[in-house]
Design a protein around this ligand. Sequence first.
Ligand SMILES: [Zn+2]
Length: 326
Amino acid sequence: MDYKDIVGHDIVVQSLKRAVKNENINHFYLFEGEEGLGKRTLGRTFAKTLLCEEKNEEPCNQCSSCRKFDHENHPDYLEVDPEKGIIRKGQVEEIIRRMSMSPFQGDRKVFLIDQAHLMNKEAQNAMLKTLEEPPSYIHMILVTSSSKNLLPTIISRGQKIRFHQIPLHFVIEYLVQREGIDQEEAKFLGEFSKGSLGRAVELCHSEDFFELRDWLLELVDSIIRGESWKIFSAVERFTQEKDRVQELLEVMMLWFRDLLVYKATEEMELVINRDKEKLLSEQSFLDFDRINDIIKKIQDTSINIQMNVNYQLSIETMLFNIQEEF
Ligand SMILES: [Zn+2]
């Protein structure tokens, strides 16, 4: 793990390196930005740098500390993740307990809490005291995609490091060079992931993402052509894929978004599903209002499912609604 593994966050990397160089390192950092931008990876790299015996801007990757870090057995580093969607007071208490012990290896200890917004109120309150008066050897990195769920008193303690979307060309370049996929596929995944490299890489490794997209687009096409009997078997498949339903809905929304763009401009360059020109052109008889209505319905379905409205019923209603639009 090294800064060279970090893609597209030059400004953040420079500022962290500068802090180390100028020996102006904070005790508490808040890394915030959307999911999948590489916040945790950068947090780990920063932690490794702080623990490195060479004390340079970058980890040396040679010393005993760097090696232990890479083997995930560094005694002065602790990473905490949510358990079943929540970080409980007990987990924070464990951090606090370990914080009170001096470093084993060097002169620093680093703690990283991933998805820190999933700390419940008690956990956050427990954390607060420590953040107010941390022992001098402590460095704490909270990583979050949603800092509004953190207590203002916590937020105000930390140095905020804001992560922005990675420019698309970085994501494409990375996917082509590191993941070895072709340019067109990389372009699609980059745009689909909206600048989230982690997400793009995950989809890259997903065995059936493209197969699933084909299935969905064929389904949409059938429904548009009035083949309503297909809806029932489709609901079944949606039920099998329940864990990734938001991904499926995203694929559908993007499709209709493409249809709008294609109808308005006929420019394939502006379309994300670039390999589907024939299908787009066949469906471009739909008028703009109808397409917008469908997008709205898919969005509503996405929200309903997040709010735990009956899953099967939501999907079924959505698919029938799409059909009624035609
Ligand atoms: Zn080192």
